[in-house]
Design a protein around this ligand. Structure first.
Ligand SMILES: NC(=O)C1=CN([C@@H]2O[C@H](COP(=O)(O)OP(=O)(O)OC[C@H]3O[C@@H](n4cnc5c(N)ncnc54)[C@H](O)[C@@H]3O)[C@@H](O)[C@H]2O)C=CC1
Ligand SMILES: CC(C)CC(=O)C(=O)O
Ligand SMILES: [Mg+2]
Length: 372
């Protein structure tokens, strides 16, 4: 009999439940067509929903469930209604990442379908062929450094700590990813080494790791401000692996989402190690890269593709089911390429179309049924 895999689902706030519902529907199709992959879904609260129910953005019970699970699927947290700086929805997500020790956040940026090139605000010849993966350090840096709130003295402060150990492990993971490509992909590290001490530690550590352990790989350095310019001017120069810290990775990946056309398209997977490289349990948390989009919540118009592709990453990284993950990617591509709808694919409003969240989800499920 197939061993049941437990997936913890954390819908979160605003559009969170809409997008996790879509991804769970898609995963249920996989389960239906692959009886050897038995999935059990267990839902918990996080963020504002948890504050409202329990007075805290993340309970110990939810952390325990996530640590015991085979994988965690998160929607999004946050919203303007939670205003207490000492009890914010986002603190729940940061605490979850730290508790699961998921220090590596992989954010692939490419075209889920080549037909999307025409949705890019960039000219076609600039946008086409973009294919890189942002490897963002996720449990260090200024999101986790000591901070001081303004307590009425008109002063606030955030700190930006990194250790050689934290940089070494993410550098090795980026190199491991780069080596999986044929030919091996170049790695571009983004930092602010002309100003920040933590960035200089990153450069020194990455240079050492690549020179001593991966001399066959190319490691380029790019300052983060000019990298932000390259993302819109010549994004293919970043093709390969883009290695960067927590804050820079957060910001640049939202900018990168404009290349394929919408923040709603891009998935992410956060890992506590490389599953193929260790016998220890690797925790895996998947989520779209966007936030809780309060401006469009509850209208049925959210683009669910970033979350559906996150479910694909869950199959790939947490459940060792690469063929099923590929089938989801292929189903998404078919839906985006479906010319039967006004001759231009099935798109939600963020991509200039009229499809509802439910239309996209249903179409992906139907295509997936045919593929599996
Ligand atoms: N991982 C998480 O849970 C994250 C949570 N947040 C939180 O989300 C809240 C809103 O933040 P914003 O800055 O507005 O960022 P956001 O990512 O929620 O939205 C930015 C813009 O993109 C649009 N958008 C986002 N996802 C979309 C989708 N799937 N389909 C169509 N359009 C989409 C929104 O409608 C909005 O206009 C804040 O409380 C923030 O802290 C922000 C980023 C990540
Ligand atoms: C804690 C967050 C809301 C961080 C964020 O914006 C992200 O991970 O994309
Ligand atoms: Mg973000």
């Amino acid at each position: 009999m197939a061993a049941t895999k437990k997936i913890v689902v954390l819908p979160g706030d605003h559009i969170g439940p809409e997008i996790t519902n879509s991804a769970v529907e898609v995963l249920k199709v996989v389960e239906k067509r692959r009886p050897e992959l038995k999935l059990e879904f267990e839902e918990h609260k996080i963020g504002g929903a948890s504050i409202d129910a329990f007075g805290t953005p993340l309970t110990d019970e939810t952390i325990k469930a996530c640590l015991e699970a085979d994988g965690v699927l998160l929607g999004s947290v946050g919203g303007p209604e939670w205003t207490d700086p000492n009890c914010r929805p986002e603190q729940g997500l940061l605490k979850l990442r730290k508790s699961m020790n998921v220090w590596a956040n992989l954010r692939p940026c490419n075209f889920a379908s080549e037909s999307l090139v025409k949705c890019s605000p960039l000219r076609e010849e600039v946008a086409k062929g973009v294919d890189f993966c942002v490897v963002r350090e996720l449990t260090g840096g200024c999101y986790f450094g000591d901070r001081k709130e303004d307590t009425g003295d008109g002063k606030a402060c955030d700190t930006w700590p990194y250790s050689v150990e934290e940089v070494t492990r993410i550098a090795r993971l980026a190199a491991w990813l780069a080596k999986r490509s044929n030919p091996p992909a170049p790695v571009t590290m983004l930092d602010k080494a002309n100003v920040l001490a933590s960035s200089r530690l990153w450069r020194k550590t990455c240079t050492k790791v690549f020179k001593e352990e991966f001399p066959e790989l190319t490691l380029n350095f790019q300052l983060i401000d000019s990298a932000a310019m390259l993302v819109v001017k010549s994004p293919r120069t970043l093709n390969g692996v883009v290695l960067t810290d927590n804050l820079f990775g957060d910001i640049i990946s939202d900018e990168c989402s404009c290349i394929p056309g919408s923040l709603g398209l891009l998935p992410s997977a956060s890992l506590s190690g490389v599953p193929q490289e260790t016998s220890e349990k690797v925790h895996c948390l998947v989520e779209p890269i966007h936030g809780s989009a309060p401006d469009i919540a509850g209208k049925g118009i959210v683009n669910p593709i970033g979350t559906i592709l996150s479910a694909s990453l869950l199959l790939r990284w947490a459940l060792n089911a690469p063929a099923e993950a590929q089938a989801i990617d292929d189903a998404v591509r078919k839906v985006l390429d479906d010319k039967s709808i006004g001759g231009r694919g099935l798109y939600t409003r963020d991509l200039g179309g009229e499809a509802m969240t439910a239309d996209i989800t249903k179409a992906v499920c139907e295509e997936l049924e045919k593929l599996l």
